[in-house]
Design a protein around this ligand. Sequence first.
Ligand code: ZN
Length: 249
Amino acid sequence: MSEPVKPAGRYAILSDVHGNLDSLQRAFALIEPDDVVLCLGDIVGYGPNPNECVQMIRERASHAVLGNHDLAALDNFGIEFFNEPAKEAIAWTQGVLTPENRAWLNTLPYELRFPEFLLVHGAPVNYFEYIWDKPTAAAAFARTDAPLIFVGHTHVAEHWSLEESGEVGHRHMQFGGELVLEKGKRYIVDVGSVGQPRDLNPEASIVFFEPGSGRVRWRRYSYDIPDVQRKIHDAHLPDYLAQRLEAGR
Ligand code: ZN
């Protein structure tokens, strides 16, 4: 984790794993050995395999930033804003997280800035703010000079663009798709969620970014949802957390 990012041919960027090991394993099956893996946080919370997911990210990701559920699992941060199932899941997660995995989560930074891009969980500076419309996207662009910002947090695969004129553009990536970065524009890329998609497509989402060609590609993929639902049930986590996986919301 301490080495600088090597010049990558391709980055694989993932977020909001939320203890969903089945989906994370499928994601890693799509990632090539040469890809530099970046994680945007919320590795734990909601799902039944937080330790296994932290372990896989520790082993395979070059860099990771802290998500609000990771922080809540460490010190209850923000749980007053969580709904009941999320609160229950965080209490359960706190009970099962190993000391080593807790300690590792505690080392994660809120942001990582590279020459070409910024990594944050939710938004620049206000790290756990949601970017969900053009005004919040415009405000987020204004808080950084990064040309390209990778975020997660909303569990919605989409991107926002900023023209030199100040006009903000937007596109959903509900079924995957590609963006080719244009000179003179800035971008916020929301990579979507590995562990709990909420854009009405239950397929999980990861992003591949090729800095050489400026291509950003959202890849949606299926995984064994019934198996994860079984594990949620066996762990006595709220049933709502199982139901929402198949609804994709
Ligand atoms: Zn999340």
